[in-house]
Every structure is written in C-alpha cells, then in structure tokens.
Design a protein around this ligand. Structure first.
Ligand SMILES: *Cc1c(COP(=O)(O)O)cnc(C)c1O
Length: 376
C-alpha cells in the first residue's frame, strides 16, 4: 500500500451529495411548502394527483398510482395481479432485498435466478429455465440504472403466459427501444427514496401501468382496500401506503430537473470509463440498446477491501450494492435452489464509486487517480 503521506484528502468525495441538489431547487421547494401550509391537504389531493399525472406522462403509461415506498409498490402490484400462496415469482439473486421481500409479503415464493456476467442484469435464458406450472410472474430488476433485456423477457413471459413486472426503483427515465422503464411490463415499480435518481425528502413510491383495472385495484389496495365509489366500504384487505402531498410536491419540482441530472450522471459515467485504470478495475457493461441512467457507478476488482480502505484514506466514500446476494440472506436461504455462480462471484468483487449529478470533473479525476494509486 502507498505511504499515507501520498494521499490527498483535500478533495473529499462523498458517495452522494444531496445538499447540492436541494440547493439547486430550493426556491421551487419553498413555494411547495408555502402552498401546502395554505391548503392543509397533507395526504392525497390535487398535488398528489398532479404528480401522478406527470409521472405517468414521463414514463409513457396511462396511469401512475403513488404509494408509500418502492417495496409497497412491488408488493401491491403482485397482489393486484392476484398473486399469492402457491405461486412462484422469478427474481434475480443480486438486487436490493426488497424485490424478494415483496414476493414473500404477497405470500408467494421467490425463485432466484442468476445474471449475465457483463451487465449483472437478469439472464433471460435462466428466467426461462426457472419457469414451472406454478410461475405467476417474472420481476426483472433494472439494476444500477440499466434496463434488463425486456425484448427477450417479454417473449419468455408471453410464451409462459405469466406477468412481467418491472422493478424500476434504480432506473427512473431509463429506456429501451424508445420505451421508458416502467412502461413495458404489466406494471412498473418505482421508489422515490431520497437517494434514488428521483428522490423525495422521505419515503415514496409509485406504480406505472396502462391497465385501468390494475390502476383501480392499486388505488383501492393502497388505501385500506377502500371501495373507489364509497369511502365507507372496503372491497379488499388493503394496506395504508399513501404518498404525502409534501413528497408529491417535492417530486413534481424535482421531476422538472430529472433529465438534466441524468445527463450529468451520464457525463460522469463517461469520464469514469475514460479515466479509470482498466488494468485494475472493470466497469459493469452498458449495452448500447439500453442506455443507463447511472443510478450507481459500479466497478469490479478482486482486491475490493484494499480499494475501499485506500479510497477512504484519500477521502473517497464508496458503497457495495450488494455484498450478499438475496438467496444467501438468512430469511431467504430456504428459497435457494443451489448456487448462482455469476451473482455470487460478482457480490465479492463489486464496488460502487461516488455517483450523483453534482459531482465535479475534479472529483471524478481524483477518484480515478486514487483507484490507480491504491490498486496498481
Ligand atoms: C430501493 C429499491 C427498492 C425499494 O424501495 P423502497 O422505497 O426503499 O422501499 C426496491 N427495489 C430496488 C431494486 C431498489 O433499489
């Protein structure tokens, strides 16, 4: 390892810096807060409905139904599809735990499959091989900001007669063949957790769909299973998972900036690709047909711990998404059907470098030079 006096901590690089994003939209946010205090409409209402219309239009779907978070959105999509006990749902092994959690919450069984070694996105051939007469749905995850191969997955799902549900929590605005994430499957699931590409100031989520019945069922399920025609009647056992008007107002403001922030993320990803030392780290691949919105900048190295420690000494924060694949997490191990070698080997090598719209070119260069200094 390099001597400590070689390090330059004068340029700190946080993993993500939301303060600069907030500063950029601060005047617009102040207006949202003032209007909310005047209206006193804190849950539901015009502000929430306006955001739902804007989000549906952005994603290219007929409807968006807002919910309390991205886990509820997935869970409620599965319930709206009638998926539950005895059903199997195919999910990739390397994703945030919520993808598998939502399946179990719906009462169904997650069937974990492996991913492609270059993109770490779910492998359609493995999905096809995992389908049984009990399979009710496939949930590809558009991981790190890049859409899974929806052409092949649509074929596989149609042939098997099962629903295709997109976990788009990391892919706001990503597209494939002109279709946005969340508009290809029966429904798309989004999270607006603060660190996502479109983030609220608390929890939030939404389902996108062009199926009016699905949208109606979700509107009921998110609000105690309430009948849409009579607020004192309940058609289902639902949940309480509604978006606050404050969060919706913040999201409407930030949505106007999302494409600019995505362009900034793309520029940083291109700079990483150009400046990272290719002899010691490799970036997760981006397929030209599915331009990424770079929720995360993920590289692979067999010497990850050295990289984490050396970068920390140089004032650079990193993350790991995710160090333990879902099928090896204790509560999910019972669903595992054997090793998934690509996901497992990736889990020990992946490292997420700083990525957020307001990164500066100097910070990106500092990260790349530091990776070279630490690992060469
Ligand atoms: C963040 C995330 C979720 C869950 O969203 P929450 O809003 O935190 O519940 C689901 N799937 C993936 C892939 C995510 O990254």
């Amino acid at each position: 390892m390099t001597a400590v006096d070689d390090t330059d901590v004068s340029l700190r690089v946080p993993f993500a810096d939301l303060a600069m994003q907030t500063a950029e939209v601060r005047p617009e946010l102040d207006a949202v807060w003032r209007e909310l205090l005047d209206s006193h409409r804190f849950i539901g209402g015009d502000v929430v409905e306006a955001f739902e219309r804007e989000w549906a239009a952005y994603c290219g779907t007929d409807f968006a139904v807002s919910v309390g978070n991205g886990t509820d959105s997935l869970h409620l999509i599965l319930r709206a599809l009638g998926i539950g006990r005895g059903d199997e749902v195919v999910v990739p092994a390397n994703t945030f735990i919520a993808t598998a959690e939502a399946v179990v919450l719906a009462g169904a069984v997650p069937v974990f499959v492996d991913v492609l070694p270059d993109t770490l996105l779910v492998d359609p051939a493995q999905v096809e091989a995992a389908i049984t007469p009990r399979t009710a749905a496939v949930v590809p995850v558009h991981l790190f900001g890049q859409m899974a191969d929806m052409d092949r997955l649509t074929e596989v799902a149609q042939r098997a007669g099962v629903a295709l549900v997109e976990d788009a929590a990391q892919a706001h605005g990503a597209f494939h063949d002109g279709s946005r994430a969340g508009s290809v499957g029966a429904a798309g699931s989004f999270s607006f957790y603060p660190g996502k590409n479109l983030g609220a100031f608390g929890d939030g989520g939404a389902v996108t769909t062009s199926d009016p019945e699905m949208a109606a069922r979700l509107r009921s399920l998110r609000d105690h299973g309430r009948a849409l025609s009579d607020r004192y009647l309940h058609d289902h056992v639902g949940v309480n998972s509604r978006l606050d008007a404050l969060q919706a107002g913040i999201l409407s403001v930030k949505l106007r900036h999302l494409d600019g922030w995505t362009r900034a993320r793309r520029a940083h990803a291109a700079a990483y690709r150009e400046q990272l030392p290719a002899d010691v780290v490799t970036m997760v691949e981006e397929t030209p047909a599915t331009p990424s919105v770079h929720h995360l900048a993920v590289v692979r190295t067999e010497r990850r711990q050295e990289a984490v420690d050396g970068l920390a000494l140089r004032g650079i924060d990193t993350g790991i998404h995710y160090p333990v694949p879902c099928h090896l997490q204790e509560p999910y191990a019972a669903y595992s059907r054997g090793p998934l070698p690509v996901a497992e080997s990736a889990a020990s090598e992946i490292l997420s470098l700083p990525m957020f719209p307001h990164l500066t070119p100097d910070q990106v260069s500092h990260v790349c030079e530091s990776v070279a200094a630490v690992l060469r």
